[in-house]
Ligand binder design. Structure first.
Ligand code: THU
Length: 132
């Protein structure tokens, strides 16, 4: 892993310390780097109504949009959890691919950090042309 990747993974790890995960006790952190050069983090936020939970990856992407606006584009996403493998879930793959189909996604897999492109993780994402 190069220094920039390691730094982004470390930001994801630190973000995981903020997770609100009293139900699963599975704390996840994510850090995203944008085309504009910004870095934003997110953590999972659970709810007593379990289905309302938001994953760390989506929290980070939404923070990036809130900071940079609708033109925000992702170049890198790093995910951390204290587990051997934490590939992003399907819903998060769809959200990541919306903003960066070519983004590099770093996540622990079998105890080592794996890098895959967003469009490798989700080859046929749902797309909808915005009304013109
Ligand atoms: N979780 C994430 O934050 N990211 C993922 O990609 C998968 C799962 C969270 C959701 C929930 O709070 C906990 O992990 C257990 O599923």
């Amino acid at each position: 892993m190069d220094v920039a990747d390691e730094a982004l993974m470390e930001m994801a790890r630190r973000a995981s310390e903020s997770a609100y995960a009293p139900y699963s006790r599975f704390r996840v952190g994510a850090a995203v780097r944008t085309l504009a050069g910004g870095v934003y983090t997110g953590c999972n936020v659970e709810n007593a109504s379990y289905g309302l939970t938001c994953c760390a990856e989506r929290s980070a992407v939404f923070a990036a949009v809130a900071a940079e606006g609708p033109g925000m584009r992702l170049v890198e996403v790093a995910v951390h959890a204290a587990a051997h493998s934490v590939p992003p879930c399907g819903a998060c793959r769809q959200v990541i691919a919306e903003f960066g189909p070519q983004a590099r996604v770093l996540f622990p897999s079998g105890g080592v950090v794996t890098v895959m492109r967003a469009d490798e993780l989700l080859p046929a994402r749902f797309e909808l042309d915005p009304p013109g």
